[in-house]
Design a protein around this ligand. Structure first.
Ligand code: HEC
Length: 173
């Protein structure tokens, strides 16, 4: 869906396939994986799904600490963990840091006018409820929130504390 959704990548499958076919490396990689260099929709989908199932996150320091494998949190990490448990984990529930629900975290309307789950249910109570995202590998996945309006993690913390230390594109500014 994100590939063709107009408010996400706004591409066509044919457009993606054409780019892959014209790429200096991909036809060779398709040959290696599938036996011949043809770049087709089903092959691209198979490659993409194999890539996604390989994205397993279970070996952060957090995981070693929780599994009692030796490493322990520093005093700062422990203090942060306590704040996290108190303020964040009701929605970002361990160990995946999501409870898989749809919630309103105060994000409100953004530049693309996305009203969240309401768009699907038409239930006014669902306005600005978005799927609670996992926070694993978070440092690598900027920008943040459904429309990417928060460019870094400081801005995320500003959102949750309600202050703006760095003025980015947050609607609270
Ligand atoms: C009431 C439930 C709730 C609580 C409590 C909550 N969040 Fe969230 N969080 C969400 C939802 C829902 C989103 C997705 C919003 C969106 O897509 O616009 C989100 C998004 C995020 C994101 C962006 C992730 C991404 O990949 O874009 C981060 C980071 C985050 N929260 C961190 C925190 C931290 C840190 C706390 C505690 C200070 C916290 N959250 C408390 C519901 C919550």
């Amino acid at each position: 869906m994100p590939i063709t959704n107009p408010v996400e990548m706004d591409e066509t499958m044919e457009g993606v396939l054409a780019k892959l076919r014209a790429h200096p490396q991909y036809p060779g990689l398709f040959k290696k994986a599938f036996g011949t260099p043809e770049v087709t929709g089903p092959r691209m989908m198979k490659a993409l799904s194999q890539f996604m199932v390989m994205l397993v996150s279970a070996n952060a320091k957090y995981d070693s600490v929780m599994r009692k494998q030796g490493p322990v949190f520093t005093a700062d990490e422990q203090a942060g963990y306590v704040i996290f448990k108190n303020k964040c984990s009701s929605c970002h529930t361990e160990p995946l840091f999501t409870d898989h629900s749809f919630r309103n975290n105060g994000i409100g309307i953004g530049y693309n006018g996305d009203e969240g789950r309401y768009t699907a249910t038409l239930n006014p109570a669902d306005k600005y409820r978005f799927k609670v995202p996992s926070l694993r590998n978070l440092a690598y996945t900027a920008p943040y929130m459904h429309d990417g309006r928060l460019l870094n993690l400081d801005a995320v913390l500003d959102h949750y504390t309600g202050e703006c230390r760095i003025c980015l594109r947050s609607i609270r500014c």
